[in-house]
Design a protein around this ligand. Structure first.
Ligand code: NAP
Length: 243
């Protein structure tokens, strides 16, 4: 389904990003992981993907650093030939009530979750426009759709990702570049392991948490030709929380 496509996945060495990387690779895509974890973690993730029979590379990059994003995308284009799919998945939380929230925690979350998407879309944009093809998938959150208490910074960043998705979708539509977002609900990863999930289960109509693979399946749809006439859309993968 994705045979021969080259996909760049930020935060691709663990959690939802790793599940997307593995799912894409199992469908034939070559994978460039863009992450800022240790070389050991990135190396292990790269090896797992290579074992699926595709090309894989891991690039060290903090997505908040626009110059580094540019440099890494240039290196990926040299190494892989081109980029077909960009998944902006890298993200962080720094939760607190608004009156207690440190300005630095607000800035860190906006810079990673929102500006990181901007940096990577900008770095890949000309490549997509030139070849009149591209699939951009931004990982937002239901927190950006409905707002969640204790997450003013995170909700703002993820709502921003949806605005960014829609603007970029309109700008690049005529160039055959699709830009869509996924809004996951509560997904079982390191990000949610500290949460009291029982408290959240009551608010989930499907009465279960999601898995990284649930998000990866929606990402496959948006990365493949199954969604060629869909752009500017936000797909919730949330068991119904934000209905
Ligand atoms: P995770 O397990 O904490 O993984 C986040 C990944 O992003 C890690 O690989 C991390 O790298 C990377 N990353 C963070 N900041 C980065 C930066 N500045 N530059 C490059 N890479 C960076 O999180 P997850 O649960 O898989 O979440 C993935 C995405 O889904 C995030 O955007 C998150 O907001 C969104 N999301 C998650 C949930 C959920 O319930 N889990 C729900 C809605 C939305 P390191 O390994 O080096 O830390």
């Amino acid at each position: 389904m994705l045979k021969g496509k080259n996909a760049v996945i930020t935060g691709g060495s663990r959690g939802i990003g790793a599940a997307i990387a593995k799912k894409f690779a199992s469908l034939g895509a070559n994978i460039a992981i863009v992450d800022y974890c240790s070389p050991e973690v990135a190396g292990a993730a790269k090896q797992e993907i290579e074992e699926l029979g595709v090309k894989a590379e891991a690039y060290f990059c903090d997505v908040t650093d626009s110059e580094k994003c540019k440099e890494v995308v240039k290196n990926i284009c040299e190494e892989f030939g081109t980029v077909d799919i960009l998944v902006n998945n890298a993200g962080i939380t720094r939760d607190n009530l608004i009156v207690m929230m440190e300005e630095s925690d607000f800035d860190a979350v906006i810079n990673t979750n929102l500006k990181g998407c901007f940096n990577m879309i900008k770095a890949c944009g000309r490549n997509f426009i030139k070849k009149k093809y591209g699939k951009i998938i931004n990982i937002s959150s239901i927190s950006g759709l409905i707002g969640l208490p204790g997450q003013a910074n995170y909700s703002a960043s993820k709502a921003g990702v949806i605005g960014l998705t829609k603007a970029v979708a309109k700008e690049l539509a005529a160039k055959n570049v699709c830009c869509n977002a996924i809004a996951p609900g509560f997904i079982m990863t390191d990000m949610t392991k500290e949460l009291d999930t029982d408290a959240y289960l009551a608010s989930i109509p499907m009465k279960k948490l999601g898995t990284p693979e649930d998000v990866a399946k929606a990402a496959v749809f948006l990365a493949s030709d199954m969604s060629d006439y869909i752009t500017g859309e936000v797909i919730r993968v949330d068991g119904g929380i934000a209905i």
